[in-house]
Design a protein around this ligand. Structure first.
Ligand SMILES: [Zn+2]
Ligand SMILES: [Zn+2]
Length: 333
């Protein structure tokens, strides 16, 4: 595929898409049926369908009996940590292997022309972004994800929270299931905005932002507090009457879905003519510019409403510069 049919490359070799991402269409055209059908397909396929498939595999083959999960124990906690770790190794590792190690599509559709392995830096353990991010994922990201998962399952097992059945509450549970990407976006925006407050940024979130040019292993490379808050999206399903299957799906959308923002390529070429949309651009711009795009894809466009939306356009650049200038002026007075 010729990526220049879809975007342009600057002198440094960095590629950017010509079409700028937009907030969800229904905020502007709620009655456009044609767009609703395309939206519905994109909403489900392929990423959320993948997360649901993995969730169902966990439900059927991985989760211990509910009787076992009534008691907190290292046995089943370590079992879940192992499965999460292996699952992430397979998913993230295969993308890393194909697109970053073997470099199947070179730098086609790649936002930053450099690969992290070409940029050793003192900010990383062993001066290597890959080793640093990999170790932090396994020592922090997946550990605290599993901790949240264990606590969530333990609460459901003991009926400390409402556990609604599908047969009795199909409408509410379907609404909740469909709302999971919206819950994810709102939760992510709120906790992300919070850890960008300078004090929290310095101690917590800077770990994740060391990777200015993120790759798959950057996704879960977070400070323990950040990963606990990020996966804490699942508390919504303890606060609202829900079902553990939906809660687990919500958790997978955070854990496995963290990959999307950090793929580094706009599209992953599958064949000569087809490619998978990564949904990575907005979060890539967040890693590049720091103070834009705190949320997700604009389903609930909080960035747009709060003036931090950056779609990669010159106009968005100008707005960002104006915001910086205002901030500097305020600091100087
Ligand atoms: Zn990130
Ligand atoms: Zn951030």
């Amino acid at each position: 595929m010729d990526d220049l049919d879809f975007g342009k490359r600057n002198k440094r070799g960095d590629w950017a898409p010509s079409a700028h991402p937009e907030i969800a269409f229904f905020w502007k055209e709620p009655f456009n049926l044609r767009k609703w059908s395309k939206f519905a397909l994109d909403y489900v396929w392929p990423w959320n369908a993948f997360h649901m498939a993995v969730t169902l595999l966990y439900w059927r083959f991985v989760l211990p009996d509910w009787e076992v999960m009534k008691t907190l124990s290292w046995d089943w906690a370590l079992w879940l940590y192992a499965v999460n770790g292996i699952g992430i190794f397979l998913m993230y590792g295969s993308i890393e292997l194909v697109y970053y190690v073997k470099r199947k599509q070179g730098t086609r559709f790649k936002y930053n022309a450099k690969f992290p392995s070409e940029q050793p830096s003192d900010v990383f353990w062993f001066k290597s972004q890959n080793i640093d991010n990999f170790l932090r994922s396994y020592l922090s990201g997946i550990v605290f994800w599993t901790l949240v998962e264990v606590l969530m399952l333990w609460c459901f097992a003991n009926q400390y929270v409402y556990w609604l059945n599908w047969s009795e509450h199909p409408v509410w549970l379907t609404i909740l299931l469909l709302a999971t990407p919206l819950i994810h976006e709102v939760n992510f925006f709120v906790i992300h905005r919070l850890i960008h407050i300078p004090f929290f940024y310095k101690w917590i979130h800077s770990v994740h932002h060391n990777s200015i040019n993120p790759s798959p292993w950057s996704s879960l490379s977070m400070h323990p507090v950040e990963t606990f808050l990020y996966h804490g999206v699942v508390w919504w399903h303890l606060a609202l009457p829900s079902n553990p299957l939906i809660a687990l799906f919500q958790l997978h959308m955070a854990g496995y879905g963290a990959l999307n923002g950090h793929i580094g390529f706009d599209r992953l070429e599958l064949t000569d003519e087809s490619a998978l949309d990564s949904h990575a651009y907005l979060h890539y711009l967040h890693h590049k510019y720091f103070e834009v795009n705190y949320g997700g894809d604009g389903l609930i466009p909080l960035d747009y409403w709060f003036g931090t939306w950056h779609d990669g356009s010159k106009e968005a650049d100008a707005l960002m510069e104006a915001r910086y200038a205002k901030k500097v002026a305020k600091l100087n007075t």
